[in-house]
Design a protein around this ligand. Structure first.
Ligand SMILES: [Zn+2]
Length: 129
């Protein structure tokens, strides 16, 4: 029986999905506003956002960087974006601006969420492909 190493888990503020801390994008709020804490070491009041939600927040720009047009957007992008806006409220635009520069990096690191090759379709209808 192998004892798995303890992995710190955090919950995404937008979709509430619990993921390993290092898989999440950490944002820290300071007097100057939100900033990215990519090293996850900054003190202060932090919040975590999963990569899929961060990518959804960057919208078409992020999806474009991933080489997916909006037509390739996963079904839950709208829900993730809604959660993101609810979590950050009036700061949503500022946080989106913070995330935009790393959108392509995010896109490269969320293959399991976006464009998963062996993802099974959720419905049999196939109305939208
Ligand atoms: Zn999320």
């Amino acid at each position: 029986m192998t004892a798995p190493r303890h992995v710190p888990v955090r919950r995404c503020v937008a979709c509430r999905d619990a993921q390993p801390k290092r898989e999440l994008v950490r944002l820290v709020r300071s007097e100057a506003g939100w900033r990215l804490d990519l090293a996850q070491r900054a003190g202060g009041r932090g919040t975590s956002l999963c990569r899929a939600c961060a990518l959804a927040a960057t919208g078409a720009a992020g999806l474009g960087a991933a080489g997916l047009g909006t037509a390739g957007a996963p079904d839950d992008t709208a829900a993730r974006l809604k959660g993101f806006r609810r979590a950050f409220r009036q700061d949503a635009a500022a946080v989106t601006a913070l995330l935009a520069p790393i959108a392509s990096t995010l896109a490269a690191t969320v293959p399991a969420v976006i464009g998963e090759p062996d993802a099974r379709p959720r419905t049999n209808g196939g109305m939208h492909g």
